[in-house]
Design a binder for this molecule. Structure first.
Ligand SMILES: [Zn+2]
Ligand SMILES: [Zn+2]
Length: 404
């Protein structure tokens, strides 16, 4: 099975939405609005909504995203199951489905293969269309062998709505109708859109700090709404880090809680943001790659052999710097992509270089042959002229002895 076997390739159909999925999605919105009208305003309700939102947002960002999709820290098996269960109370399908699609997103970010890129297919497709389309309902297990080996996670993934039903019943029995409306329906709707903005808004609006190959961006507002996920440009730059805020002021509540988890011994192997030295090495490797691109563009004019040789050397150096960096313990998945690109470009250029060299040598050797023939012809002419001169001189009675 190839990695993208079940996924349509090329431009995605934008308007395909499965009516049953869209109806279910809309019904939960309607239930939230009607429920609010029926139970009326309540501060207890607001508190329940906020608490339920952030509890489950933590399970999505620290759990589905940083733990299951990126393995940015380690947990033992029971907390792992509980985090997956809590994440699925947010009704965002199965934990394995979520992680598998998210790994695909990082592999193809904002390229035509990306299943939820606003750059490729527009805002609404990236926000909700791809989920309601039914095109990606299956879980591609080939991308998540490390997770699929746990039978309890496969069970959760198959019974994707069991946790959310249990959760809805629990808040109803604990807090009555106010609990169900505010703590379940309203908070679930907000949680959906809060999560989906990372796929839609955070690839369109905000600041780009790092020159990633995609359009990911940073935003303080969305970082507060999503417990740190708003530092999405940081995250695409360094996806293996459990921290998405890289500086003290980049608030990242999920990471702060994970840090606490590490202090009490629940979380191990918590991966930090890249140090300034690592960021510098990354910037160097990337600038080398960019220089080689500029050099290739310039090489279109001028002496093809020299320019091609320079182009080749630029690319080879870039590949070497990147490869060296990848040997360091903080090796990055996205740099690996850059390295592969450089290696591929290197192969193409080497072939170009060899072809140009052969052409140049063939041209040079045919020119040499022409020059040789011309020299030979001139020598013959000179020889004949000399012969005629000698004959003429002899006919005039001059001899070598006389002229000497
Ligand atoms: Zn992204
Ligand atoms: Zn990610």
């Amino acid at each position: 099975m190839t990695e993208t076997a079940e996924f349509p390739t090329g431009p995605l159909p934008r308007h395909v939405v499965r009516p049953s999925a869209a109806a279910g999605f809309l019904l939960v919105h309607v239930a939230a609005v009607l429920g609010l009208l029926l139970v009326g305003f309540s501060w207890t309700g607001v508190a329940l909504c906020v608490a339920s939102y952030y509890l489950r947002m933590f399970a999505i960002t620290a759990g589905f995203h940083r733990y299951f999709s990126h393995r940015a820290y380690r947990l033992s098996r029971v907390p792992q199951f509980l985090l997956a269960f809590l994440g699925q109370t947010s009704a965002q399908k199965g934990v394995l489905w979520w992680a598998s699609n998210h790994r695909h997103h990082h592999k193809y970010s904002d390229r035509p293969e990306d299943i939820h890129s606003p750059v490729q297919n527009g805002f609404w497709w990236s926000h909700i269309g791809w989920i309601l389309s039914g095109l990606y309902d299956e879980t591609d297990y080939s991308r998540i062998p490390d997770l699929a080996k746990f039978p309890e996670l496969r069970w959760l993934n198959r019974n994707q709505y069991a946790p959310t039903l249990v959760y809805a019943l629990a808040v109803y029995f604990a807090f009555g109708w106010t609990g169900l409306v505010y703590g379940y329906f309203l908070s679930t709707v907000l949680l959906w859109h809060g999560t989906f903005t990372i796929n839609s808004v955070m690839h369109l609006f905000g600041r780009r700090v790092f020159p990633t190959a995609d359009q990911s961006r940073n935003s303080m507002i969305f970082a507060l709404v999503t417990m740190g996920e708003g530092w999405h440009n940081n995250h695409h730059y360094y996806p293996s880090s459990a921290a998405q805020g890289f500086t003290w002021w980049q608030v990242d509540m999920s990471f702060s809680l994970l840090w606490l988890g590490e202090k009490i011994g629940l979380v191990t192997g918590l991966r930090r943001a890249p140090s300034p030295a690592v960021r510098e090495a990354l910037a160097l490797a990337r600038s080398k790659l960019d220089v080689s691109v500029v050099t290739s563009a310039q090489a279109m004019d001028g002496d093809p052999l020299d320019q091609l040789a320079a182009r080749w050397e630029g690319i080879r150096d870039a590949a070497r710097v990147t490869a060296n960096y990848l040997r360091s313990p903080e090796a990055l998945a996205d740099l690996e992509t850059a390295r592969l690109r450089a290696v591929q470009r290197l192969d193409v250029l080497q072939a170009d270089y060899a072809a140009a060299r052969t052409r140049a040598e063939a041209a040079a050797s045919s020119r040499l042959a022409e020059l040789g023939a011309e020299i030979e012809r001139t020598r013959r002419e000179l020889h004949e002229t000399l012969l005629r001169l000698v004959a003429a001189a002899e006919s005039l009675g001059l001899s070598a002895a006389v002229s000497a």
